[in-house]
Design a protein around this ligand. Structure first.
Ligand SMILES: CC(C)(COP(=O)(O)OP(=O)(O)OC[C@H]1O[C@@H](n2cnc3c(N)ncnc32)[C@H](O)[C@@H]1OP(=O)(O)O)[C@@H](O)C(=O)NCCC(=O)NCCS
Length: 167
């Protein structure tokens, strides 16, 4: 068990057409935007195009995370190609969420990623001042690849995930 959060209160489901507006709303919240590599405010036009691509792409898999039947966040994978390292993105919407909810969402996302999407691993870049995210990646078994003043690069492979979390 990675957190004390009750699993029965948590649900991860693939994006649906009707999620378009809420995803844009979440992605443009200041605390999300400021922690993303692309910090631009996303326009409706750009988002609609991107959302359509996500719904129809095999190399992307995005999920809505629900906590106690409320939309709480997004976890998504992209650049998914057999035998290669993919990348991911995640965020919680503003709210009075219990401590550990982000970790729980990401753990559930990675479980699907490794068990259903049949992929090799993830390599991702994090902004160095995003200490919460770095700590979350460490907890999930990611290891440091590179670190400079602009980016922290971390990676996890299936074998590492299996060793750490498979019963
Ligand atoms: C990243 C995010 C999902 C984390 O969600 P969360 O529910 O707040 O995170 P958790 O409660 O699971 O905590 C993650 C870890 O960060 C630690 N943490 C919290 N605040 C911290 C701080 N200021 N400095 C260092 N670590 C901190 C927590 O203690 C926890 O580690 P621990 O369990 O070892 O104590 C959420 O903050 C978010 O949506 N951020 C904006 C988007 C974002 O940054 N996405 C990731 C881009 S790489």
């Amino acid at each position: 068990m990675i957190t004390n959060i009750k699993i029965s209160n948590c649900f991860l489901r693939p994006f649906e057409k009707g999620d378009q507006n809420i995803v844009l709303e979440m992605r443009n919240q200041d605390h999300v935007r400021e922690n993303m590599i692309n910090q631009d405010f996303i326009t409706k036009k750009t988002h609609v195009k991107w959302f359509e691509i996500v719904l129809n792409s095999k190399d992307k898999a995005y999920y809505i995370f629900e906590y106690k039947n409320k939309t709480a966040g997004v976890v998504g994978f992209f650049n998914i190609h057999p035998g290669e390292l993919a990348d991911w993105s995640f965020y919680l919407t503003e709210g009075d969420w219990p401590k550990g909810l982000g970790t729980q969402m990401c753990y559930m996302g990675l479980s699907i990623f490794f068990e259903k999407l049949n992929t090799f691993g993830i390599e991702t870049n994090i902004l160095p001042n995003n200490k919460k995210s770095i700590s979350l990646h460490e907890k999930l078994g990611f290891i440091y690849q590179n670190k400079n003043e602009n980016l922290v690069c971390m990676k996890i492979e299936y074998s590492k995930w299996q060793n750490k979390f498979s019963q």
